[in-house]
Ligand binder design. Structure first.
Ligand SMILES: Nc1ncnc2c1ncn2[C@@H]1O[C@H](COP(=O)(O)OP(=O)(O)OP(=O)(O)O)[C@@H](O)[C@H]1O
Length: 288
């Protein structure tokens, strides 16, 4: 296996009104990747394709050096999954889950599961359907972590949690990847969380990958230039990702803020956030 826990190559899937086209990215061991994109961009579809929960049309997915379809059992044994679309065991109680989980995962560790229940303050005897959304999410984490996976795949898994619990889960991710042989892939709309913990950001827009890059590099490179609306046409189009008009003029997301500072010293240029980047790509207008 190379240094990547996950390699996705040219993954495609077509629904009647949506297609995911040639999605490719790699997730190195020892890292956390944030998967971002607007509602309906294709995040859940990509994660479900990786997990072989839905059938791909074309492309390859390799996890731990294994093929995700041919070696599905061995691959699943090493993944912890938390999806946002409900918990499957509503009628059971947390204390009854080990009986189910040990049939699914050979390496399921009941003592480890109990320790997660305690750490998350979860009642073993309460029916799952009576737990709050946040408690169900925490229970999903306990279940996902108790077979000692090497990769966590999480779809909007922190959105129902309060800020204190979210911060605890983010610390848990950092702890999880510490030994360099684990990794986390998480989709989230809470980009401030990703700014705190992600090493890489993969941005998907309308079924296409816009970029998959080191978070620090992307946040250091891109910037927002402010100019009077009439001056926008003076900028080289190749420097511009998108622009937004406001009452004071025009804000322009540029590919390289250092280069833009040299080329356009008359205009102020700021750094940008992941939210800015999504907003300009999704809603920004690049036309003069
Ligand atoms: N089973 C399906 N049949 C038809 N279309 C589907 C199906 N599942 C998803 N889609 C469509 O695929 C597109 C991408 O959906 P997906 O759930 O992957 O987006 P997402 O990026 O996870 O969005 P969100 O942030 O809202 O969760 C949407 O237009 C959705 O309607």
């Amino acid at each position: 296996m190379d240094g990547n826990i996950l390699t996705v190559s040219n993954l495609s899937k077509t629904y009647p009104q949506f297609s995911l086209e040639n999605v490719s990215f790699t997730l190195p061991s020892g890292s956390i990747m944030g998967f971002i994109g607007e509602n309906g961009a294709g995040k859940t579809t990509t994660l479900k394709l990786i997990l072989n929960l839905i059938r791909k049309e074309s492309g390859d997915v390799t996890l731990f050096g294994l093929d995700h379809v041919r070696d599905e059992r061995a691959v699943k044994e090493q993944i912890g999954v938390v999806l946002d679309d409900g918990f499957f065991y509503e009628l059971l109680r947390p204390g009854q889950l080990p009986a189910v989980l040990k049939r699914v995962y050979r390496s399921f560790d009941p003592a480890l599961y109990d320790s997660w229940l305690k750490r998350f303050d979860l009642p073993a005897g309460k029916p799952i359907k009576e737990l709050s959304k946040g408690m169900k999410m925490k229970l999903s984490f306990a279940a996902a972590l108790s077979h000692r996976p090497r990769l966590l795949i999480l779809d909007e898994a922190t959105s129902g949690l309060d800020p204190v619990m979210r911060s605890e889960i983010l610390d848990l991710f950092l702890e999880f990847i510490e030994d360099e042989s684990h990794a986390v892939l998480l989709s989230s709309h809470i980009t401030s969380d990703l700014e705190k913990v992600a090493d890489y950001i993969t941005f998907i827009h309308e079924g296409h990958i816009v970029f998959s890059e080191s978070k620090d590099e992307i946040l250091e490179r891109l910037g927002v230039l402010h100019c009077p609306s009439g001056d926008f046409r003076l900028l080289d189009r190749e420097d511009v990702i998108g622009r937004r008009e406001n009452q004071f003029g025009c804000d322009v997301l540029v590919h390289d803020r250092r280069l833009a500072r040299r080329k356009y010293p008359e205009y102020p240029i700021d750094g940008c956030s992941l939210d800015d980047i999504m907003l300009y790509y999704v809603k920004g207008d690049a036309a003069c």
